[in-house]
Design a protein around this ligand. Structure first.
Ligand code: GLY
Ligand code: MN
Ligand code: MN
Length: 461
């Protein structure tokens, strides 16, 4: 955990920003996989972690801004719990570690909130994403589940985003720890991959490394010879000569700060010339996008510049054609690059996605595009010092998408379909790093992870 004063300072700022009412934080509970006692791995809610730090199930908390009270609701372990799961300090002692003085039994939460409502206090809550917390909100506040998203407090959401979007030096150091573990995982996958292996062998290797380092994965491993399937979680294919492996995976530390890195490498010892050409285009777009990062620049513009740069590379290979400014403005590049350039990262891999992507990645001045491809951009607004974000361009050949566009003759002015047909079984390439925006520019976080063609091939033996 961070020092107790960190959590106190975060709550004080939240009180100043919210001005009145009660801010309600719902921690996460254990969740049964196939029966109640056989649970998924426990992951605390990130907003709860950020403001109250305690990493255990069964907790909720309130900040009563009107009466300047902070209370953690939860129960001490029973003797039976201690017999099965071991002892824990009393909740009162744990609460002191985050500078909270008041604790109350979990069952008192409902009565507390009902009384506050009767007293006319506003109850601010964040949109829940776990069913148990949806039921709790329904019971405590009498808000039907279907209305909870709309009834979530915009003031609370904005106040949380305003703080969590700017990472402190302590948080950045924790993210670099996550990234250094993540880097070792990627190097291991690049070193160990062999033709004939099943993807699961490598996925298991890197997952084990994340756990061994004291944390866990920050999201389910993507490790696939079908890199064109963007979030492919299947690990059943056998690596074959001539293919590439796309690995998109990361560790989160014991404090739950995430790394999110992608590397793509050949199953053989060397990229084929065709693979290398596309790889160099993606790498050039990634490196130039990173080089352009600084406060004030719109991430949407960085995204569009990366799309433009990749379009140029694709034109040089004869896959795109025509006026590329027009092609990118109209969205023709999205045949090859159908996702956004990146997103904020922190306690969540897609940081604060539960609060609503538009609050996190957009602003009054920068609203979401409706165009296929750019519409998936999670971060578009002007960058500020303290933001940590991912830069992750990619080029993919998605047979179903190519077929559909070709059937409709979409963007025929910009896409050379007969040439694209020759890449039908190519797969996909993505390269991803995590970058801090500083006062003057940016800093790529973590120790460098090989990504030039030469450095990747050197790991392949
Ligand atoms: N790991 C998912 C992503 O890159 O957004
Ligand atoms: Mn990723
Ligand atoms: Mn990412």
């Amino acid at each position: 955990m961070f020092p107790p004063s960190t959590y106190h300072a975060r709550r004080e700022r939240l009180k100043r920003d919210l001005k009145s009412g009660i801010a309600l934080f719902l921690g996460n509970n254990e969740l049964g996989m196939n029966y109640a006692g056989n649970t998924y791995h426990f992951r605390q809610d990130s907003n709860f972690l950020y403001f109250f730090g305690l990493d255990q199930p069964g907790l909720a908390a309130v900040i009563d801004v009107d009466n300047d009270r902070e209370i953690i609701f939860g129960d001490d372990l029973s003797l039976e719990d201690v017999v099965w799961m071991g002892a824990l300090p009393r909740l009162k002692t744990l609460a002191e570690q985050v500078q909270v003085r008041e604790v109350l039994p979990a069952r008192r939460l409902t009565a507390f909130l009902k009384k506050a409502r009767r007293a006319g206090q506003a109850i601010h809550f964040l949109q829940p994403y776990r069913h148990e917390n949806m039921l709790l909100l329904k019971n405590c506040l009498n808000i039907p589940i279907a209305r909870q998203k709309a009834a979530a407090s915009e003031a609370f959401i904005r106040a949380v985003v305003a703080q969590r979007a700017h990472k402190s030096a302590d948080e950045v150091a924790e993210m670099e720890r996550a990234l250094n573990v993540t880097g070792h995982m990627h190097v291991a996958a690049m070193r160990e991959a062999r033709p004939g292996q099943v993807e699961a062998e490598l996925a298991g290797l890197v997952q084990g490394m994340a756990v061994s380092a004291g944390g866990n994965l920050s999201y389910p491993v993507i490790l696939t010879v079908n890199g064109h399937i963007l979030h492919n979680h299947d690990h059943g294919n056998t690596l074959q000569r001539g293919q590439m492996v796309l690995g998109d995976f990361g560790a989160e530390t014991a404090m739950h700060y995430a790394g999110d890195i992608t590397r793509t490498f050949p199953v053989d010892r060397r990229f084929t010339p065709k693979q290398r050409e596309i790889y160099e285009i993606v790498l050039d777009a990634e490196v130039s996008a990173i080089a352009s990062l600084k406060p004030g620049i719109l991430y949407r513009d960085v995204h569009l510049a990366a799309a433009r740069r990749m379009a140029e590379g694709l034109k040089a290979l004869g896959l795109m054609q025509g006026n590329l400014d027009e092609a990118v403005a109209q969205g023709a590049h999205a045949l090859f690059f159908p996702h956004g350039l990146g997103h904020m990262i922190g306690l969540d891999v897609h940081d604060m996605e539960d609060l609503g992507e538009n609050y996190v990645g957009y602003s009054d001045a920068v609203t979401r595009s409706t165009q296929f491809g750019t519409a998936y951009l999670r971060l578009a607004r002007a960058l500020e010092p303290g933001f940590v974000l991912t830069v992750e361009p990619g080029i993919y050949f998605i047979p179903q998408l190519i077929d559909q566009w070709r059937r409709k003759n979409l963007f025929a002015e910009f896409i050379n379909y007969p040439a694209v047909a020759k890449y039908r079984n190519f797969g996909g390439i993505r390269i991803e790093d995590n970058v801090l925006i500083t006062e003057k520019g940016h800093r790529v976080l973590g120790d460098p992870i090989p990504k030039t063609v030469e450095a990747v091939e050197a790991l392949r033996g």
